[in-house]
Structure formats: structure tokens, C-alpha cells
Design a protein around this ligand. Structure first.
Ligand SMILES: C[S@@+](CC[C@H](N)C(=O)[O-])C[C@H]1O[C@@H](n2cnc3c(N)ncnc32)[C@H](O)[C@@H]1O
Length: 417
């Protein structure tokens, strides 16, 4: 390890400051362009040890656990709390601009739809039982060390106010000191808590969790490795007035604000159509909203999600017909011949994107396409496939769902003809 004084040149895609040393870039977390800092360097990683000249864009972090000098350890959950909002928004938008540019896609990128503190209704906590207590928090960056949190400005008050309840449930579940995850979704009927990462749940622990949950209010369900342990209330989400019971541990958008922004942009672009397809549909975030307008075919690889979507559609009045299909769209994308019945297609794949599906879409006659993405790089590749097939990108909107992280969601709309 060596110590030195450096001036930060730029920001990397993960939000770390970069200075260019003679032997290549050095990444300095929690630093900003133009800052002169004392760092301790190991290879290409620098840790701030003193602040010289700081940036006018530097602000005090919102949370005591943040930064290289966070009290009680440096929580790896957030990496950008030290950046003033205008610079932070510009940075996130720039990730989308750069990704599109890298694929030669020259379109205007809209302003970032902002995230606010306290909005996260889904939080994935790291947890581990110690002799004294249950640690619950987030892993330190690039480490298995859990920084136990006492506050968390990103989480919804409904989750944060139940930290003690989460600790009691985690304590009842963990028979040993192995680390595990607690994915917590705040739903209108109570918290939905999905535990995974531990091998098994013995009868004793099962009884313990049941007892603990029955002694408290506000917990809808606890599941373990995808199986329900106790469910005093069915957790329930609402997609534009359609109630859906999410299967244990299922994907949901992490904030209502981002979900509603994505849904609004999607519905506005699709407009009044007879038949649309929602690909990588999950539990129906978009499909069930689209079904207020026209018939929808929803395709998704996760069996439990498909069944939850189907159940919600069948039990809601006033929707146009919804058909569902369990299908692996990476291996078996909807083919051109299958796509010809749709006026619009929405796709919202995992980080890898939807390359195979886009190759089919590119050859199709579908008029309107909405691409929803959590990865600007795979989105740029997918859009380049679609534009090569004759589609025109009509809007690109970056959306902040993971406040103070370098993750950014995007909704892109396209037309053909
Ligand atoms: C980013 S989520 C979006 C889900 C949904 N659109 C939403 O907004 O809640 C991606 C979805 O793609 C599904 N998925 C992952 N791989 C898939 C594949 N190969 N074929 C079909 N669906 C897949 C996941 O199960 C997940 O539900």
C-alpha cells in the first residue's frame, strides 16, 4: 500500500472517481472530479484518507453509515450520497447517453425522473446471527462484512420502523452464524419477507418464526427459500387498480414512483391498441395495466409469476382478455410469425437484455415497441438491433429507482412504419 495526493479526473460508470496514474486508471470511491485528496492506494484502488480541495458538488451524506469514514463501518448499499443532486442527476443521465452513443444511437435522452429518500418499498438486507444479536444491514463494498444499520434513508418508513421485528424474525430463523438474505417488500397488507441463503429450516426454527410472527402486527408473510413459512395476511400489490399476490421472493419494481413512471410512459406510447404483448412480464406490472386498454399476451419464464399474473387477471373485473405463457425468451423468443398479431410489444428483460427477442422483433411488422431496461448497455445493443430492422427511437427516459447507486432504469419507445 502507498499513500499519495491525487487530483480526480473523472467519474467512472460505477460512480467512483478516477485519476489517471502513469500505469493506468485508479478508482477512488466517494470522490468527485476536480478534488485533491490524500489516498491510500492498493493496485488500482484508492481509499480516501484526507481531504484537500473538495468539489463544490460535494455535500454531506444523508446517512451516518455512508462513505469511507461512515460511523460503524462503510455501508456498501449507497455509493453516491456525497454528490449534490444536480450533478448526481446529470451523472445518471450521462450513463444512458454514453451507452447509446457507444452503439451509434443518436437520439435525445430525456431528463432523469428522480428518486427521493424513503421511497424504496423493496429492500434486500444482508443478515447474520452473532452470539449477541442479529446483524441486519448491507455488505460493505466488495466484502462479506455486514454493516449493521441503525438508519437507512433510502428505505420506506414502513420497512425501517420494523427493523426490530425483522431482527426478531431473523434471529428465530437462523440456527447458526451463516449469512443470509432478507428481501423485504412493503405491501399495503403488511411486510412480505423472503429469506434465502440458508440451507434448511428445521421444525424448531419453523415453530420459532411462527410464534414470533403471530406475536406481532404488520407482517403479511415470511417465506424461506421460496416456500411459505407463515402467512397471516396475503401480501398484495396493486398494478393500476389490479390486485396481485406476489409469489415469495418474486421480482417487483423497487419503488412505486419508478414503477408508475415506467407504466405511464408505456401506456402513453402503446395508446389504444387491440392487442399487445408484454414480454418478461413478471407478475404483470405492465400486462395488467395494458389489459384495461386491449387484449394482452404476457410471457414470462418464472412459473410462479405466470400463475400469479393469470390469477390476478382472472379475478379482476373490467379487464380485456389476458393470456399467459411460460416461456424462456432467451432460448425461444416469440418468432416473427407469432408477433404479427400484435399492435404493440413491451419488453422488460433482466440485465442481460433481450437480444434474441429483438432479432425477431426487428424483422416483424409490430408498429409500436416499448423497451424497459435496468441496464443501459444491453438496452443500447437491443435498440441497435431494432433500429437496424427499421425501427425509429421516439423517446428515451432515464428513471432513478435505486437512489445513490449507479443503477439507472430506462424506458425507450420505438415505432416502425
Ligand atoms: C426486470 S424483470 C421485469 C418484470 C416485470 N416486467 C415487472 O416490471 O415487474 C425481468 C423478468 O424477466 C423474467 N425472465 C428472466 N429470464 C427470462 C427468460 N429467459 N425468459 C422469459 N422471462 C425471463 C424474470 O423472471 C423477471 O420476471
Amino acid at each position: 500500500m502507498s499513500t499519495e495526493t491525487v487530483t480526480i479526473d473523472s467519474l467512472g460508470a460505477q460512480g467512483d472517481g478516477i485519476f489517471h496514474a502513469s500505469n493506468g486508471p485508479v478508482y477512488v470511491p466517494f470522490s468527485l472530479p476536480g478534488e485533491t485528496l490524500g489516498i491510500a492506494r492498493v493496485k488500482n484502488h484508492g481509499t480516501i484518507i484526507s481531504y484537500g480541495e473538495t468539489s463544490p458538488d460535494r455535500v454531506a451524506p444523508a446517512c451516518r453509515h455512508f462513505g469511507p469514514d461512515g460511523q460503524g463501518g462503510s455501508c456498501g448499499g449507497c455509493s453516491l450520497q456525497h454528490m449534490a443532486k444536480p450533478a448526481y442527476n446529470a451523472f445518471k443521465r450521462s450513463l444512458v447517453v454514453a451507452a447509446l452513443k457507444s452503439k451509434g444511437i443518436d437520439v435525445a435522452v430525456g431528463e432523469l425522473i428522480e428518486a427521493q429518500p424513503g421511497e424504496r418499498r423493496r429492500v434486500v438486507f444482508a443478515a447474520r446471527r452473532t452470539e449477541k444479536e442479529l446483524l441486519i444491514g448491507f455488505n460493505q463494498a466488495e466484502s462479506h462484512h455486514i454493516v449493521a444499520i441503525e438508519e437507512c434513508p433510502i428505505a420506506s418508513p414502513g420497512i425501517l420502523s420494523r427493523l426490530d421485528a425483522l431482527k426478531r424474525i431473523g434471529t428465530a430463523i437462523a440456527a447458526n452464524a451463516d449469512p443470509f438474505r432478507m428481501t423485504v417488500i412493503e405491501t399495503p397488507t403488511g411486510l412480505d419477507i423472503a429469506v434465502d441463503g440458508l440451507k434448511k429450516l428445521d421444525d424448531r426454527e419453523r415453530r420459532g418464526v411462527t410464534e414470533v410472527v403471530l406475536s406481532m402486527r404488520g407482517i403479511a408473510r415470511v417465506s424461506f427459500n421460496g416456500e411459505i413459512v407463515i402467512e397471516p395476511q396475503k401480501p398484495q400489490l396493486d398494478f393500476g387498480g389490479v390486485p396481485v399476490v406476489p409469489p415469495p421472493g418474486t421480482f417487483t419494481q423497487a419503488t412505486v414512483t419508478a414503477e408508475e413512471a415506467m407504466a405511464r410512459l408505456t401506456l402513453e406510447h402503446v395508446g389504444k391498441v387491440k392487442r399487445s404483448a408484454d414480454l418478461f412480464a413478471g407478475i404483470g406490472t405492465f400486462a395488467l395495466r395494458l389489459a384495461r386498454v386491449g387484449q394482452v399476451h404476457a410471457v414470462e419464464s418464472d412459473d410462479k409469476a405466470v400463475r400469479a399474473l393469470d390469477h390476478a387477471a382472472r379475478n379482476t373485473q373490467g379487464l380485456k382478455p389476458v393470456s399467459v405463457e411460460k416461456r424462456d425468451l432467451f432460448r425461444r423468443p416469440l418468432m416473427v410469425s407469432e408477433l404479427k398479431v400484435f399492435d404493440a410489444v413491451v419488453f422488460d428483460p433482466p440485465r442481460a437484455g433481450a437480444e434474441a427477442q429483438c432479432k425477431e422483433l426487428a424483422r416483424s411488422t409490430v408498429k409500436k415497441v416499448v423497451a424497459v431496461s435496468c441496464n443501459p448497455l444491453s438496452l443500447a445493443r437491443d435498440l441497435s438491433i431494432l433500429t437496424a430492422g427499421g425501427y425509429r427511437v421516439t423517446s428515451v427516459t432515464p428513471i432513478d429507482q435505486f437512489l445513490w447507486t449507479p443503477h439507472v432504469e430506462v424506458v425507450a419507445t420505438l415505432v416502425k412504419g
